[in-house]
Design a protein around this ligand. Structure first.
Ligand SMILES: NC(=[NH2+])NCCC[C@H](N)C(=O)O
Length: 396
C-alpha cells in the first residue's frame, strides 16, 4: 500500500480524496498489484513490439513481407478496441492505455507500408527517369543494364543496393512473380513489355517456368495482378464498413437509451466513462458495478470487443497465407511476433490474475479470446520462421 503513497499517485489524485482512497484500496491487494504489473509488462512489450518490423521495413525500403490486409485489420481492430475499452466499464485501465498505444504504433507501421509500397517506388522511378532523359535512348538502355547488373550483384552479395527501384533480396525464391511485377520499372509506366536486357531478361532463360510465370504476370494478367491487392483491400474495407455501420447504429441506440441515465450529454458521458475506467476500475466487483449503474455488460462495448476479436484473429490469416505462398518469411521480423506473443500472454494473465470470477471474466471475454487466440496464431507464425529457416539451411 505504501507504494501508492508515492509522490506520483498522491500527486495525481491529491485534489480528490475519494480518488486516492480508491486507488489505495484497489491497488492494495496483491492480486491487483500482480495484475497491474503484468499489464504494465504487456504495455512495455507492446511499446517495442512493432519497432523491429519498422526497422526491417526501413532497411529493406520495402514492406513486401508484411501482409497489407493484416495491417489494415490491425488498424481497424485497434479502433474497435479503443472504443470498446472506452465503452466497456469492466475493462482495466491498462487495456485502455494499450488500445491508444496500439493505434498510434500501427498507424505508423501502416504509413510506412503505404510509403514504401506506393510513394517511394514512384518517386524513385521518377528520379531515375530524370537522370535518364537527357541521354540517347540506346545509351540509356546500356547504362541502365550495367547499373542493373551491378545492383543485382549487390543483391546476391547481400549488399544494400543503390537501386532506385528496390529489388527483393531473394529473387530466386519468388514464386508468384507479383513482386517482380511491382519492381519492374516498366510496370510503373503501365507498359506491358519488359525492358529488353532488363534484370528479368538477364536472370531467366527464355523457356524457364519462372519466365513463364513472369510473362503471365507482366503480360497476360498485368492488370489483374495490379488490381489484386486493391481488391483485397476493398473486401477488407467492405467488411469493416459493415461492422462499423452496425457498430454506429448500436452506438446511437445505446446513447439514445442513455448508457448512464445520470448523464445526458454524450461528451460528458465519454469523460465519465474514461474517468471511471482510470480511477475506479482497478478492481470493482460485479456488485459494485451494478450499484454504480455500469453493469459490466455494456452491449456496445461488448459488440466492439467481439468485432475487434474477429478482426485481430482473422487478420493473422492473410499473413500466414502470404508466408506459405511466398515459401519464406523474408521482410518479416520474427521479433514482432515474439513480442506480440509475450504481450498478449501477459495481457491475458493481467486480466485473469485480477480475478477469476465470472463477473470479471465475462465482460472481458472478447479481449481474453482475442489475446489467447493471437498467442496461438503468433506461435504458429514463429514456427513458420523456424520451418523456413531449417528447410533452406538443413545443415543448421
Ligand atoms: N496494433 C496492435 N499491435 N494492436 C494490438 C493487437 C493486439 C491483438 N491481441 C493482436 O495481437 O493482434
Amino acid at each position: 500500500m505504501r507504494v501508492f503513497e508515492s509522490f506520483t499517485l498522491s500527486d495525481w489524485c491529491h485534489s480528490n480524496q475519494n480518488c486516492l482512497e480508491l486507488v489505495k484500496k484497489h491497488m492494495g491487494s496483491r492480486r491487483e498489484t500482480a495484475s497491474f504489473t503484468l499489464g504494465l509488462v504487456s504495455v512495455i512489450v507492446w511499446v517495442v513490439a512493432e519497432i523491429p518490423q519498422i526497422i526491417t521495413n526501413y532497411k529493406a525500403k520495402s514492406t513486401d513481407g508484411l501482409s497489407l490486409t493484416f495491417l489494415i485489420t490491425w488498424i481497424i481492430g485497434d479502433l474497435f478496441n479503443l472504443f470498446g475499452c472506452i465503452l466497456e466499464p469492466a475493462t482495466l485501465p491498462t487495456q485502455l492505455y494499450m488500445a491508444v498505444l496500439y493505434t498510434f504504433v500501427t498507424v505508423a507501421l501502416g504509413s510506412q507500408s503505404i510509403y514504401y509500397g506506393y510513394i517511394y517506388p514512384q518517386s524513385q522511378y521518377k528520379r531515375q527517369l530524370k537522370v535518364e532523359t537527357p541521354t540517347k535512348a540506346g545509351h540509356v538502355e546500356k547504362v541502365s543494364d550495367a547499373e542493373q547488373r551491378h545492383e543485382f550483384d549487390d543483391f546476391s552479395r547481400g549488399v544494400d543496393p543503390s537501386s532506385p527501384i528496390p529489388l527483393p533480396a531473394h529473387l530466386p525464391s519468388i514464386s508468384t512473380g507479383r513482386e517482380l511485377f511491382y519492381q519492374s520499372a516498366r510496370s510503373l509506366t503501365k507498359t506491358h513489355t519488359p525492358t529488353s536486357g532488363s534484370i528479368l531478361a538477364q536472370r531467366m532463360t527464355p523457356n524457364s517456368p519462372f519466365m513463364d510465370s513472369m510473362k503471365e504476370n507482366l503480360l497476360g494478367s498485368a492488370f489483374a495482378r495490379q488490381s489484386a491487392p486493391s481488391l483485397k483491400i476493398k473486401s477488407t474495407l467492405c467488411l469493416v464498413s459493415t461492422l462499423s455501420f452496425f457498430g454506429v447504429i448500436n452506438l446511437y441506440k445505446s446513447l439514445d437509451k442513455g448508457i448512464n441515465p445520470m448523464v445526458s450529454n454524450p461528451r460528458q458521458q465519454f469523460v465519465v466513462y474514461v474517468g471511471r475506467k482510470l480511477f475506479q476500475q482497478l478492481q470493482v466487483s460485479g456488485d459494485q458495478l451494478l450499484e454504480n449503474g455500469a453493469s459490466g455488460n455494456n452491449s456496445i462495448g461488448t459488440f466492439l470487443g467481439w468485432a475487434m476479436t474477429f478482426l485481430y484473429l482473422s487478420g493473422r490469416m492473410p499473413q500466414i497465407w502470404l508466408n506459405i505462398r511466398r515459401g519464406h518469411a523474408e521482410g518479416l521480423n520474427p521479433l514482432m511476433f515474439l513480442f506480440a506473443l509475450i504481450g498478449n500472454a501477459t495481457y491475458v494473465a493481467s486480466i485473469l490474475v485480477s480475478s477469476l470470477n465470472w463477473s470479471n471474466i465475462r465482460p472481458n471475454l472478447p479481449w481474453l479470446v482475442d489475446a489467447g487466440g493471437c498467442v496461438l496464431l503468433d506461435f504458429f507464425i514463429l514456427m513458420q520462421f523456424l520451418y523456413f529457416r531449417f528447410r533452406t539451411s538443413p545443415g543448421l
